[in-house]
Ligand binder design. Structure first.
Ligand SMILES: Cc1cc2nc3c(=O)[nH]c(=O)nc-3n(C[C@H](O)[C@H](O)[C@H](O)COP(=O)(O)OP(=O)(O)OC[C@H]3O[C@@H](n4cnc5c(N)ncnc54)[C@H](O)[C@@H]3O)c2cc1C
Length: 379
């Protein structure tokens, strides 16, 4: 038995929550089934883009996204200081571009909604967009510039978080899958796959898309999280080609990192736990990216992969106490897990330390789904 907080899962959510706890003096033991940082968080694009990604029906989530972005610069600095690893925080903004009449119409609707919500966005002609980013296609008809959207290199972030967690005194068990959690008000526990039972002060489930696979939770405490597959391509910048901003076209986005990686994504597929990279997926991404930034044509392809976004039924995260005593959920971050890292980590750490659920977490209570067994209304 220990007095540690036990965290299941070493992705951006688990590592950052652990980091926020240990740096404030709360001991943490984190269990990771593989190598920490190499789950979905490794596969992401690292965009911190609440304005470009605002959803017509998701205003509560938008507020949380915005708040997390507000906290990002301080969080990045803390993690960099503790780890000595740069996370490549970049603040050039996003250009959302349209390349025909239909996509210009859709962009106009998005822009009007963004304006209505008071976002910091600007409507540009194609020519004005090219002044900001010379490599966008000459035939682009219109663009929206969202300068408040930022990005990080998520792979550098994960390396930094792992270092920072350990440097601050966190205990990290890699290659240690957790088979079950054992809820209990006083001494909740986890049971690892080799049968070892470890008791602690609280259990935080941050196992991303795999959070539902843990044994030991009654159906009303199981997180209704399902995988949504995203295929990606990594290109390498070669001069004279250059890109400074994240470019979002109608069918693909391009996120340039300072290291020269250009991440092109992403498909969105309901395929269960399948992570096959397909010819069709790559074709769609390359065509979509090439239409808005034709200069990518000659760039080398470094890598391709598919990741699994952890999506809840309403596509918002599950943050806070569950129906199971002693078990806190921090999962279901869907397409915003990198963006939502600071607010999740800080607010879940506060919940663990004080027992108080903050106003930020309130709307995202895991108990909001009355019948949690099925991951989606139709599943
Ligand atoms: C293609 C793609 C692009 C994306 N782009 C962006 C983006 O630009 N911006 C953004 O904000 N978000 C983006 N996302 C979403 C983001 O990646 C996720 O929301 C985020 O990574 C979820 O983090 P996590 O820590 O919950 O999950 P993970 O990173 O998957 O971490 C969970 C960890 O738990 C471990 N684990 C699982 N089960 C167990 C167990 N039983 N025992 C021990 N360990 C276990 C896993 O090995 C894993 O390391 C993207 C996602 C995808 C797929």
């Amino acid at each position: 038995m220990s007095n540690d907080v036990l965290i299941v899962g070493g992705g951006t959510v688990g590592l950052a929550t652990g980091f926020e706890l240990v740096r404030k003096g709360t001991p943490v033991t984190l269990f990771e089934k593989g190598k920490a940082g190499h789950g979905t968080s490794w596969q992401a694009a690292g965009m911190l883009a609440p304005d470009a990604e605002i959803g017509f029906e998701e205003l509560e989530l938008y507020e949380l996204n915005r708040e997390s972005l507000r906290r990002w610069p301080d969080f990045a600095e803390r993690v960099e200081t503790a780890s000595g690893v740069n996370v490549d925080y970049r603040d050039e903004g996003t250009l959302i571009v349209a390349d025909d009449r239909d996509s210009a119409e859709a962009l106009r609707r998005l822009y009007e909604f963004q304006e209505e919500q008071g976002l910091n966005v600007e409507w540009l002609t194609g020519e004005e967009a090219r002044k900001i980013e010379p490599f966008v296609a000459p035939r682009l008809s219109a663009a929206v510039y969202a300068p408040s959207d930022h990005q990080v290199d998520n792979r550098q972030l994960l390396t930094a978080l792992r270092e920072a967690f350990v440097a601050e005194g966190g205990t990290l068990h890699e290659e240690t899958p957790v088979a079950a959690v054992a809820p209990d008000e006083a001494t909740p526990a986890v049971v690892t796959e080799d049968g070892t039972r470890v008791e602690g002060k609280e259990v935080v489930v941050a196992a991303g898309v795999w959070s539902r696979d843990l044994d030991g939770l009654t159906p009303d405490a199981q997180p209704p999280v399902r995988p949504v597959k995203g295929q990606m391509i990594q290109l390498r910048r070669e001069r004279p080609f250059d890109l400074q901003h994240v470019i979002r076209g109608p069918d693909a986005y391009l996120a340039p990192k300072s290291s020269g990686r250009i991440v092109v994504g992403a498909t969105s597929e309901e395929m269960g736990f399948d992570t096959t990279v397909t010819a069709g997926g790559l074709y769609d991404l390359l065509e979509g990216a090439w239409e808005v930034v034709p200069g990518i044509y000659d760039l080398p392809v470094d890598d391709t992969w598919a990741g699994l976004r952890p999506a809840s039924r309403d596509h918002a995260p599950l943050l806070g106490r569950t129906a199971a005593p002693g078990v806190i959920m921090a999962t279901g971050h869907y397409r915003h897990g990198i963006l939502l890292t600071p607010v999740t980590a800080e607010e879940v750490a506060t919940l663990v330390r004080t027992g108080e659920t903050s106003d930020w977490l309130g709307p995202f209570a895991p108990t909001r789904f009355p019948n949690a067994q099925s991951p989606s209304p139709t599943a």
